[in-house]
Design a protein around this ligand. Structure first.
Ligand SMILES: Cc1cc2nc3c(=O)[nH]c(=O)nc-3n(C[C@H](O)[C@H](O)[C@H](O)COP(=O)(O)O)c2cc1C
Length: 185
């Protein structure tokens, strides 16, 4: 009996040590999503549900901003023709992130909101990508179509959709941590 108890205790200790050593087994899912997130450009025809879009923009609204200014407005485009005019070839929904023309940190704050929505979409199992290229065209030609409020300019565009076969399947390489990060201890 004592031998069995001792063996069980040893097994328990070994499992605890193994779990502690393998931090990936215990780390929160958000970390895995951030580490594996990447740009998706190809989506299926399946529309993203209203519930999912509401949840994604709510995550944008909850983003931090300098002095809690929240200098953003979000335009969610589910009309396929208009979405396609903004991001050529997309089959997903398009979210236009507009920022207040007056503001101390508008671009940065809108970037944080965009990243929150990008991560939220990928956490929901959807694909997403961020686009700067269409912004100029949106500001020049699509303000009325998108009802961008007076005093705001589009600063970023995000697509979200169900991941299609032609989506990029993995992240491009990132820089060497040793070159990018230094600790001052
Ligand atoms: C500010 C910003 C602007 C971007 N603009 C575009 C764009 O105009 N067109 C595009 O295809 N991708 C755009 N991207 C997506 C980047 O190309 C992508 O995030 C980067 O290559 C890393 O891709 P990965 O996460 O799949 O490795 C943009 C990303 C950011 C953050």
């Amino acid at each position: 009996m004592r031998v069995i108890l001792a063996s069980l205790l040893l097994l328990l200790c070994l499992m605890t040590v193994a779990l502690a050593a393998d931090s990936t087994a215990t780390r929160p899912e958000t970390i895995d999503i951030l580490l594996s997130s990447h740009a998706h450009r190809g989506f299926t025809e399946e529309p993203v549900s209203r519930e999912e879009l509401d949840l994604i923009v709510q995550c944008g609204i909850e983003a931090p901003s300098a002095m809690n200014a929240q200098p953003w407005r979000f335009t969610v485009v589910t009309n396929p023709d208009i979405a396609e005019q903004i991001v050529s070839g997309t089959k997903g929904a398009v979210i236009v992130i507009s920022g207040a023309q007056q503001g101390m940190s508008t671009q940065f704050d809108c970037g944080l909101a965009t990243e929150a929505m990008y991560t939220a979409a990928q956490t929901l199992g959807l694909g997403a990508n961020i686009y700067l290229m269409p912004v100029a065209q949106v500001n020049s030609n699509m303000r009325d179509t998108l009802s961008i409020p007076v005093g705001y300019d589009a600063v970023m565009v995000m697509t979200v959709g169900h991941i299609g076969e032609d989506a990029v399947s993995s992240a491009s390489p990132r820089g060497d941590t040793k070159e990018i990060v230094n600790f001052v201890e």
